[in-house]
Write a protein that binds this ligand. Structure first.
Ligand code: 4AZ
Length: 341
């Protein structure tokens, strides 16, 4: 009897967020400490803190079909020159060996930041990469690529965004809470191909990887003459404690930040939003411990690169992904508890 069509337009309201370090129960505005999530004891009245879709660790996260060629030895020779601006002093990554690395592009194709694939339709990046523009139409995410420009068949997949969400506490002046989420407009089922997979998140809220641990940062950012930035590059860098880092940075390093780097080896402009990953010694899986954020120059002696500290930002990640997926009617794609460290 009726023909034609109907259009529904709706805005997703600002999500109710629990305080830092807490988990929001799915159907109520109750908050529980993040460490009580998936502990085998139900704290939420709807049992949502213990649901399988939240608590199970994805079988694939943080593993590669193609092994990277990188040494995590702390005994690597120090660079004997003093660069002031130098993924700087890294090496070209074996194609597909960092399968969670993505890049963010404008509609015209310009690559402006890195990102990290977390689940079939969630990407993590830095808040400063999307600052001032949360219009999903302005973003394309390139997944499974090796080169910064052009396509890399048959592995690369380019997908638009359906939501772009900054951490509500991000401070553009200090770079506190420099993290954001991009929801992809369609799923990349894992393992999509040998060059595409999701990263693991730190399991324990607030866990700290010891200073001196060698971790890896990857990206297509500027190399300042230390190699081509057309191919994805990698560099292993040591974690520096917030205490030591603050000595250099005059107290500008807060609890949502993490420092890593050594003279001449660093992330740099264009790497922002990309992954800083450490290998879990037990499981050998790679865990996202940082997101490339800021620093004084790149590779400058005494000034490590500064990263968002993911282990204290998982509350935002779990709450936001659950909230948006719920509103889009997708109840089964929550970002699961992942990782070990
Ligand atoms: C930047 O401008 C930038 N050395 C990213 C990382 C670092 C410095 C600057 C870390 O996007």
């Amino acid at each position: 009897e009726y023909t034609g069509f109907s259009i529904q337009i709706g805005l997703i309201p600002t999500p109710f967020l629990c305080p830092m370090g807490q988990f929001k129960c799915r159907n109520t505005k109750q908050c529980i400490p993040l460490n009580q999530r998936c502990d085998g004891v139900s704290q939420c009245p709807d049992n949502s803190d213990e649901l399988d879709s939240f608590c199970k660790i994805p079988a694939q996260c943080g593993t590669q079909a193609i092994q990277p060629n990188i040494s995590l030895s702390t005994a690597q020779a120090a660079f004997d020159f003093d660069p002031t601006n130098f993924i700087v002093n890294g090496t070209a990554a074996i194609p597909g060996s960092w399968p969670w690395q993505v890049s963010l592009h404008s509609p015209s194709g310009f690559q402006f930041c890195g990102g990290v694939l977390l689940s079939p339709h969630w990407v993590i990046t830095a808040a400063h990469c999307i600052y001032g523009d949360s219009d999903p139409g302005d973003y394309f995410v390139h997944i499974g690529s090796e080169h910064s420009s052009g396509m890399d068949p048959p592995y690369e997949v380019d997908i638009g965004a359906s939501a772009v969400i900054m951490h509500p506490d991000n401070n553009h002046a200090t770079n506190a809470f420099d993290i954001a989420l991009i929801r992809l407009s369609r799923d990349v089922p894992f393992p999509f191909n040998s060059h595409i997979n999701g990263i693991c998140l730190p399991q324990q809220y607030g866990s700290v990887v010891p200073a001196g641990t060698m971790c890896v940062v990857t990206g297509w950012g500027t190399t300042h003459g230390t190699g081509s930035d057309d191919v994805l590059r990698q560099v292993a860098v040591p974690i520096v404690s917030n205490n030591v880092c603050n000595g250099e940075y005059n107290g500008d390093i807060d609890s949502t930040m993490l420092c890593a780097g050594s003279t001449g080896k660093d992330s740099c402009q264009g790497d922002s939003g990309g992954p800083f990953v450490c290998q879990d010694p037990m499981s050998k899986r790679w865990i996202l411990q940082g997101v490339v954020s800021w620093g004084y120059g790149c590779g400058v002696a005494g000034f490590p690169g500064v990263y968002s500290r993911v282990s204290v930002l998982t509350d935002f990640i779990y709450q936001t992904t659950a909230y948006y997926d719920g509103n889009y009617g997708n109840n089964f794609s929550y970002v699961s508890r992942t990782g070990w460290t």
